[in-house]
Design a binder for this molecule. Structure first.
Ligand code: DC
Length: 227
């Protein structure tokens, strides 16, 4: 079990920006009927509030004060989680250039991480889930055996973002995300590392399914049904 108190399990997918985590997590969620959680959207929602309210993202005290004041809620709809800021899903605004530029600084603030990790853990009450991010296997669900780390070369990841039409300095974000003091981007203990640089999505999904199978994901139902 990923949590001692709940009957559900979490698959943790971590990795740097544009490594293919979200797409792989979405396909896995569909195939295995899991709740899909994109934890990056939660950090982006806080960052959107920072940008909208004119707070300096590099002022951790101001960001910590803001995060106490905003109304953030997470709901599960149509098999996926949605982050609501003041009761509404911000949609494309989560991926604006301003948010891309500020999100790593905001995500380094301990008060922000504290709040969001609590919201992320609560989602396990809705069922088995796949959650992707930077600290899912290391901090959010360290007890899960189902940990995958997907990486790809910086050049490939930059090209993927450019093909999506986004201005996003993935290398700079990775360096900030890896260097921060609280919950940096790391390969979690016990994670299987998959390099997706030369793979199409279906190949990555197959590789992940192989890891899950080897770690007993598909044997869980029979174990749960034992008297
Ligand atoms: O997955 P993404 O690129 O949308 O994430 C945006 C930023 O959020 C990322 O640069 C770092 C932060 N993040 C984090 O610190 N921890 C997570 N679990 C997920 C994202």
């Amino acid at each position: 079990m990923s949590s001692p108190n709940l009957p559900f399990d979490a698959i943790a997918i971590d990795g740097p920006a544009a490594s293919g985590k979200s797409t792989v997590a979405r396909v896995l969620a569909e195939r295995l009927n899991l709740v899909m959680v994109n934890s990056g959207e939660m950090y982006r929602a806080v960052t959107l509030a920072v940008v909208q309210q004119g707070v300096d993202p590099c002022d951790p005290i101001a960001v910590a004060n803001l995060v106490k004041a905003i109304k953030l809620r997470c709901v599960v709809e149509n098999g996926g989680s949605q982050i609501l800021l003041d009761g509404e899903y911000p949609g494309n605004a989560l991926r604006s250039d301003d948010v891309n530029a500020a999100v790593s600084a905001v995500a380094a603030v301990p008060e922000v991480r504290h709040l969001l990790v609590a919201l992320q853990r609560e989602l396990l009450q809705y069922g088995d889930l796949v959650m992707e991010g930077r600290d899912i296997g290391s901090v959010v669900f360290p007890a899960t055996p189902y940990k995958i780390y997907i990486e790809a070369s910086e050049e490939v990841r930059r090209q993927r973002r450019a093909a999506e039409g986004q201005m996003d300095s993935v290398g700079d974000r990775d360096r900030q995300d890896s260097a921060r003091k609280t919950s940096p981007l790391v390969v979690p203990d016990g994670a299987e590392v998959i390099d997706s640089s030369q793979m199409v999505i279906e190949e990555v999904v197959e590789a992940v399914l192989g890891v899950l199978g080897a770690r007993g994901w598909f044997d869980r139902e029979s174990e749960r049904n034992l008297p």
